[in-house]
Each structure stands twice: as C-alpha cells, then as structure tokens.
Ligand binder design. Structure first.
Ligand SMILES: *Cc1c(COP(=O)(O)O)cnc(C)c1O
Length: 375
C-alpha cells in the first residue's frame, strides 16, 4: 500500500499525458511554451483569481510574494510554527524576521489570539509588523475572516500559503483567493502535483501581478534585456504545465473522492480517536488526513500497529519550526507555543489519495480501530 498513490492516477490519464508531452516535444518551446499560459488561465478560472503566474516551486512562490510586497530588513513576518519549513524560510532569505505564532489545537491552523500577542511583542522588539503567512495546513483553509480583520486593523499584508490547500474552499471561495498574494506548490505529492517541481503565485491586484511578472524574469522592464529591479529566475517548465493541464481536468473529481474517503475514515474512527475537524462552510482537499493520539506513546503504538500490517503512516510535523536548529534564534509568541508542541508529539497522517482502494481503506480502519481500543 502506498501513502499517496500516484501510479493509479497516472494509469488513468497516461495516454492523454503522453499526448501532451509529445505535443511539447513537437513544438519544442520548452521555456514559456503555450501550455504555460493555458495552464495559468485554466487555474485562474478554477480558483476565481484574476492573476495566476507559474513559477519553479512553492518556495520560490513565497519568495516572489515577499519581494513583491517589499518585505525586508526590520520587518516581522508572522508564521505558524506547525508547518513545513518553507513557510518561514523565505522571510530571513529576504532579510526579514520570521515570528512564530501558535496554532488552534482543533484545526491546526494559525491562532488569531496568538497572532495578536505576537504583533504587540514584535513592536516591543522594535520590528515593523509587516506580513502574516497563514497556511492551509493539511488541506484545510485557515481562518481567513478573523485573520483578515486583524491584518486590516494592524496594517499587515497577508500571504496565503496554499501549497497544501489548492482545491479547498472557504465559504464559497477557493483557496488561492485569500490575502494580498497566495502561493502554491505542484510538488508531486501535493493535492495538484506535477512530475517534478512547480509552483504558482496568485493575486487579485494587477499592480502586484505586474511586479511578480517582472520579478520572476530577472526584474525585467518592457523586455528581458531591460532590467528595472533585482529579480530571480523562476519559471514553470512547459512540460510540467502540460502535465498539470491534464491533471486539472480530473482534479474536482479527485477532490470529491478524497472527501468520500475522509468521511469514511471519520465515521469509522471518531468513536476511538480524535479525527480531523472541518469547520462549517469549509471544504478540505485532504492533503493529509491527520489523526490525533492521546499522547506520544499512544501515537508510537498506533504507528507500529499500522506498520506491522504493512500500512504506511507519516508524522507531519515531528518538530515545530521554533524548536529547529535553524529557527531557534527567532522570536515567537511571548506566551509560548504549547499547541504547536503538543500537536507535533500527537499527530499521525493516514494514507490518502483519490485512488485509495476500498479494501485498503478497510484494512487501515480495522487495524486502527483495534489498536486504539488496546492502547
Ligand atoms: C510543500 C510546501 C511548500 C513548498 O513547496 P515546494 O514546491 O516544495 O517548494 C511551502 N509551504 C507548505 C505549507 C508546503 O507544504
């Protein structure tokens, strides 16, 4: 059994992928070929966001967003500690200070009370409270209404890190819509993945879009030999765009299948363990289906029971960022980050993909059900 089954998905669309790749080999426009613009348009329609710009990966997308907003030295960038390192990494890269904020223990997403305390604390430290990067962790949209209220009141930019949330919905809007800029990743294991690296930046603002267009091509002006700012080189390959165009056609169907599997997991397991909670009005894309054990020793026992039956499970994330060597020096919520720390010691994620077979689902459910009752 695979943790994420990409092979069955490939078998489903292999012929059309082959045709797409053949078309690229035929026209030979490997950089900025027509598939890139077609995919950007298709994704813009899918998410309802005017400007979508492909780039090389989700980490570059975050860097482009920070650069476009002019975030830099002396600025605090508020990030949850319970996330993948890339969320925090680009703040110091552009000279700013990542400031770690705690999470809500039920949704695992940014906690707004912790954000408010952190903004005050950052100002006490002499930093300018500049930007917050909420993450749609495990595919569940962050609490955008509350976050946007705080950001508006305090004059913060919002960057939505929807690397895990593409395809999820928040009160009728698609992830990728939120904030001044949103960023995503097409790493193969993400909800919408390509066959290599890829990413995208989203914005509703034409000015920011123009700036990001320039930044991703060496800070170009009216053409690429006119350089008006320091930029970078970050492109979505034509071949990856061709693959994504095909995958996007089945994405909605896959999101429904993932939600059906999540509902099955919920119904079968909620009486024996804490299953994920999706607030009213939100639809998760289930980048991960994450359970919460009663403590570290029960978590270890469950992982072992699954492993004994050949079932893979993964702990996202075993160490919150504020405890990592590279990030220990950076400031954090003055009340500490107890929810990030306990989540790290108690969560485990189950196999999840639109193609998880029913017999495998049954095996996972019965193994866990038994293991929860005896631990
Ligand atoms: C995967 C991921 C990224 C980075 O994406 P890459 O394409 O691997 O650079 C950023 N943020 C989060 C939350 C992610 O899960």
């Amino acid at each position: 059994m695979q943790f994420i089954d990409l092979a069955t998905q490939q078998a489903r669309i292999r012929q059309r992928i082959d045709e797409r790749i053949a078309a690229v080999l035929e026209h030979g426009e490997y950089i900025n070929g027509p598939e890139v613009a077609s995919f950007e348009t298709a994704l813009s329609e899918f998410c309802g966001v005017d400007h979508v710009m492909g780039c090389a990966n989700g980490t570059d997308a975050l860097q482009l967003a920070l650069m476009a907003l002019g975030v830099g030295k002396g600025d605090a960038v508020f990030v949850p500690s319970f996330t993948f390192a890339a969320t925090a990494e680009m703040a110091p890269f552009v000279g700013a200070t990542p400031f770690f904020v705690d999470i809500d223990p039920v949704t695992y997403n940014l906690d707004v009370q912790s954000l408010k305390r952190s903004i005050l604390s950052a100002r006490d430290l002499g930093l300018v409270a500049r930007c917050v990067i909420p993450v749609d962790l495990f595919g569940l949209p962050a609490d955008y209404d509350s976050i946007q209220d705080v950001a508006t009141a305090e004059g913060l930019f919002v960057i939505e890190d929807c690397a895990q949330g593409l395809g999820a919905r928040y009160h009728g809007k698609s992830c990728g819509w939120f904030g001044d800029i949103a960023t995503t990743s097409f790493f193969p294991a993400k909800p919408l993945g390509c066959y290599g690296d890829g990413g995208a930046v989203f914005t509703k603002s034409s000015e920011l879009a123009e700036c990001i267009h320039s930044l991703r091509v060496h800070g170009k002006g009216h053409d690429k030999y006119d350089n008006i700012r320091i930029g970078m080189n970050s492109r979505l390959d034509t071949l990856q765009a061709a693959i994504l165009l095909e995958k996007l056609t089945i994405f909605s169907d896959e999101i429904n299948a993932r939600n059906r599997i999540a509902s099955r997991y919920d119904a079968a397991l909620e009486s024996v363990i804490t299953t994920p909670s999706v607030p009213d009005g939100l639809i998760s894309v289930w980048a991960q289906y994450t359970l919460r054990a009663r403590g570290g020793s029960q978590r270890d026992a469950l992982v072992q029971a699954l492993r004994d039956k050949g079932i893979p499970s993964v702990v996202y994330y075993p160490k919150p960022l504020h405890t990592q060597t590279a990030y220990a020096q950076f400031p954090r919520d003055p009340m500490g980050l107890p929810q990030s720390e306990s989540a790290s010691s108690e969560v485990l994620s189950l196999p999840m993909s639109a193609y998880l077979r029913e017999d495998d689902q049954n095996k996972i459910i019965s193994t866990l059900y038994e293991a929860c009752k005896c631990s």
